[in-house]
Design a protein around this ligand. Structure first.
Ligand code: PLP
Ligand code: COI
Length: 354
């Protein structure tokens, strides 16, 4: 399918790298494509970034049938544009689509559209390590209908945002808060899909955490409220003695692409790696025994984010000495080294856009 391009008459200006936060600056163009039962996915186009006009009855507003992805384009020191495991994001988008009764998109078409869009917007890619062009593909239900069923029409769009660090803390360890009263997802539900409602469901606990001075919520499983699942926007890792421990993909956490990259690197380096259930009690016990050495989150937006404090009810533990731990930094350096082209891509994770 041919992608039509309609260039924006006016171009914006990218802020200085040092002024970039996360998700506030949008580029001049976006990719859009629509779906109907008769035509399937049709009318792929790159057009100026602008508001959508949708019926107030559009099903996305009422029943939240929406999925999204998050990936990044990186600028190397020799001015190349690189993508990191991008196809995996579109595979996961289609997995979320199946989970939410949304028609799948053609991955080759989506990749092609994204690459064309990024090339048009190449001047929006910041240059410093730690900054990048964040890519947000999204599918929403557009059918104007108030009965509860899957929509018959959809819109797929990709927007781009020049970004810096996700957390104001940057690489300094963040504090996370274990939610006792709220759960994000339960096995059998939609926690393992990247669907908008999971994030809406997380807000009340996040607000409570923020009020207490914590950056994000560490979620426990929805059934026993005992086992650690993931953090608001990242998967979680612990270094316990000489093991890299992360919760297994229980069915209610997001299968992170950074998570699987960390696991692959750890295995390649010969580290002991365990994906298993880990309870919050075991974690606090390990801390008491001195065997909880490090903790970090992994995610596209968050990269590798060291965790320096965890609170559970009245119990608070400090991990490390206020600086990122050595193993966390080893993963951070390896991943960002590959992403920004400063380290060899031995795993075949990089695609250069030319
Ligand atoms: N868990 C949640 C809930 C997320 O939103 C994200 C971010 O995408 C992750 C984990 C990490 O996934 P990834 O490494 O693919 O970005
Ligand atoms: C990402 O890391 O890309 C995410 O989607 C997390 C987010 C909700 C900001």
């Amino acid at each position: 399918m041919e992608i039509k391009v309609n260039q924006a008459a006016e171009k914006g200006k990218r802020p200085e790298d040092s002024a970039l936060g996360f998700g506030q600056v949008f580029t001049d163009h976006m990719f859009v494509m629509d779906y109907s039962e008769q035509k399937g996915w049709h009318d792929p186009r790159i057009e100026p970034f602008s508001d959508f006009s949708l019926s107030p009855a559009a099903m996305v507003f009422h029943y939240g049938q929406a999925i999204f992805e998050g990936l990044k384009a990186y600028k190397t020191s020799d001015n190349k544009i690189q993508l990191f495991r991008a196809r995996d994001n579109y595979k996961r988008l289609n997995r979320s689509a199946r989970g939410m009764c949304i028609p799948e998109v053609d991955i080759d078409l989506a990749m092609d559209a994204m690459k064309q869009l990024i090339k048009i917007e190449k001047d929006w890619i910041p240059e410093t390590v730690g900054t990048s062009l964040y890519v947000r593909p999204c599918i929403i239900a557009t059918d104007p209908f108030l009965g509860v069923r899957a929509s018959l029409t959809y819109r797929f769009f990709i927007i781009l945002s020049s970004v810096g660090a996700y957390y104001a803390e940057g690489l300094n360890p963040v504090k996370i808060w274990v939610s006792k009263d709220h759960v994000r997802a339960a096995k059998g539900g939609v926690g393992e899909f990247k669907t908008a409602g999971n994030y809406a469901a997380s807000l009340i606990a996040s607000e409570k955490a923020n009020k207490e001075g914590y950056a994000q919520v560490l979620w426990l499983d929805g059934i026993e409220r005992k086992y650690i699942e993931e953090v608001g926007a990242m998967n979680i890792f612990f270094i316990i003695k000489d093991e890299v421990v992360t919760p297994d993909l229980s069915g209610s956490i997001l299968p992170g692409i950074t998570r699987k990259s960390v696991l692959a690197l750890a295995r390649k380096w010969g580290m002991k790696v365990v994906e298993r259930k880990i309870s919050v009690d075991e974690l606090f016990q390990a801390h008491e025994e001195g065997s909880l050495l490090e903790c970090f989150g992994s995610g596209t937006a968050a990269v590798i984010s060291p965790v320096g404090e965890i609170r559970y009810g009245e119990k608070v533990i400090q991990i490390g000495d206020g600086n990122p731990g050595a193993t966390s930094m080893k993963f951070y350096d390896a991943l960002t080294g590959i992403q920004y082209g400063n380290k060899e891509d031995t795993e075949g994770w990089i695609e250069v856009i030319d």
